[in-house]
Design a binder for this molecule. Structure first.
Ligand code: DON
Length: 328
């Protein structure tokens, strides 16, 4: 088959696989919409969208892929990537580890030897990362973050003010974590400055299509494949994908690596972004989450898509993307 025909076939396969996953999971009402941030509980529970963006700049989408929701913890991956670039890996690793914690996202636990948060994907680590960004960028930290996240999404993103205020008003556990970070010398700015940036970054409004493009930007070495704008430094992307692979799904990360086998990050509002290095960004949005804070329909859909396309990092059909594979 000619290359162009093969490309058309795979593009068609993406549409059919998305449709299959969406149809198979659309009636699943397991899980519950997160309500510990009061404003989050107001979303329609049955919204459901799936999207794939390719590094060649095409978007495939099914369902509610243009409905905005707050990015929540999915932001942690992108904020970590930005911090690596802006503050450098040495400073970042002096404040936050890269070990999976096996604990819930909001656990008040630190590495017993270093006193650092276990990794940047749990709240403690993400608040420390917000602290680093504020330390280096001062009052413009959120503006810079918005510019980079928007460049990754390929369009200007906005803040959901109501969710931001709701989380700022009720985030007592995160406040406790920030004060412990200060006590552990993992924050060099005030708890309020770190928390304000963290609450804002979690309240950035995105759609499933945006998340697919943001994932594709990671897959495409930090450059949005559609707009060609560079959002992230390539070396920082590699480190971020590694941490997403081991820690992105919280205390489900091991199970996810076993079943799905791709770097990914979930958020409690129901979004998941997955990255197939040098190939695809994949995103799902479905707000009912399980006890670990991962979208129920999202996890099930990713399992199907990974199976359909042999996306698992260790699938026998996945030849990887290194230079070596093209030479042997
Ligand atoms: O810190 C919080 O509670 C939220 N802003 C983000 C948490 C989140 O998305 C955890 N994900 N499962």
């Amino acid at each position: 088959m000619a290359l162009e025909d093969r490309k058309d076939t795979i593009e068609h396969e993406f549409d059919s696989a998305l449709e299959r996953a969406w149809t198979a999971n659309r009636s699943n009402t397991t899980g519950a919409v997160a309500s510990y941030i009061p404003e989050l509980s107001k979303v329609p529970p049955d919204d459901f969208g799936l999207a794939i963006a390719t590094v060649s700049g095409r978007l495939h989408a099914v369902g509610d892929t243009e409905i905005p929701f707050t990015i929540q913890s999915v932001s942690k991956a992108f904020a970590f990537c930005l911090a690596l670039e802006i503050a450098g890996p040495a400073l970042v690793s002096s404040r936050v580890g890269v070990e999976p914690s096996g604990d819930p996202f909001n656990a008040i636990l630190f590495d017993p030897v270093s006193n650092r948060p276990f990794n940047p994907m749990v709240n403690a680590g993400a608040i420390a990362i917000a602290g680093i960004l504020h330390e280096h960028l001062g009052a413009s930290a959120f503006e810079v973050m918005m510019e980079r996240f928007s460049a990754a999404a390929g369009r200007p993103l906005g803040l959901n003010e109501a969710v931001y205020l709701s989380e700022a008003e009720t985030g007592h556990r995160n406040r406790a974590i920030a004060h412990l970070l200060l006590a552990n010398e993992a924050l060099a700015v005030t708890a309020d400055d770190a928390l304000d940036l963290y609450f804002r970054q979690c309240s950035i409004a995105v759609t499933a299509s945006d998340l697919a493009w943001m994932g594709a930007t990671f897959a495409n070495m930090g450059t949005n494949p559609n707009t060609r704008e560079t959002a992230f430094d390539v070396g920082s992307v590699r480190s971020t994908l590694a941490v997403m692979f081991t820690c992105g799904m919280y205390d489900y990360a091991g199970h996810w690596a076993y079943d799905v086998g791709i770097p990914a990050k979930s958020g409690v509002s129901g979004g998941i972004v997955g990255v197939i290095n040098r190939q695809l960004g994949i995103a799902s949005y479905a707000p009912r989450v399980d006890a670990k804070g991962n979208s129920v329909r999202g996890v099930a859909s990713f399992e199907m898509l990974a199976e359909d396309f042999g996306l698992h990092a260790f699938d026998c059909t996945n030849i990887g993307s290194s230079f070596v594979s093209s030479l042997i």
